[in-house]
Design a protein around this ligand. Structure first.
Ligand code: ATP
Ligand code: MG
Length: 132
């Protein structure tokens, strides 16, 4: 996902360009806005954390871009491309270093395992919306 902060700031194009140059193939993509229910389900793993309400408020405040990306070693390579959760700790040249505001408004989401990538892909897209 490209998160609401990055969409608001006009970074959809630059972020997609970085994803493309890094060798990821886009097999599904949409521009949409998460409802509170969507966001609470998507980030259910963080329920009970002190930042949960702030995270839901942030993720629902404006549109996002969601996409399914394909590449060998995609999960690890995408997380390397986006950088650390906190942009102050993110490596030079990473998407979060370039485009994120802070640890909450950090421009992009990446799945943390192949299993979660499958679950999250199915959360955002129906089978007909995925290029095979
Ligand atoms: P994501 O799951 O969005 O790719 P991540 O895996 O790097 O990010 P997580 O620990 O899964 O980080 O946290 C999910 C999201 O919750 C973060 O990307 C950020 O938007 C928000 N978040 C995490 N920690 C904090 C915090 N301490 N304060 C505010 N927001 C936070
Ligand atoms: Mg995460």
């Amino acid at each position: 996902m490209i998160k609401p902060d990055a969409v608001e700031s006009g970074y959809i194009g630059p972020i997609l360009a970085k994803i493309s140059s890094a060798g990821f193939k886009i097999v599904a993509m949409k521009f949409t806005q998460l409802s509170r229910r969507d966001a609470r389900e998507f980030y259910a793993i963080h329920k009970g954390r002190p930042f949960f309400d702030e995270l839901i408020q942030f993720m629902t405040r404006g549109p996002i871009v969601s996409a399914i990306l394909e590449k060998d070693n995609a999960v690890e390579d995408f997380r390397a491309l986006i950088g650390a959760t906190n942009p102050q700790e993110a490596a030079e040249g990473t998407i979060r270093k370039l485009y994120a505001k802070d640890i909450g408004e950090n421009a992009v989401h990446g799945s943390d395992s192949d299993e979660n990538a499958g679950i999250e892909g199915a959360f955002h897209f129906s089978g007909r919306e995925i290029y095979t």
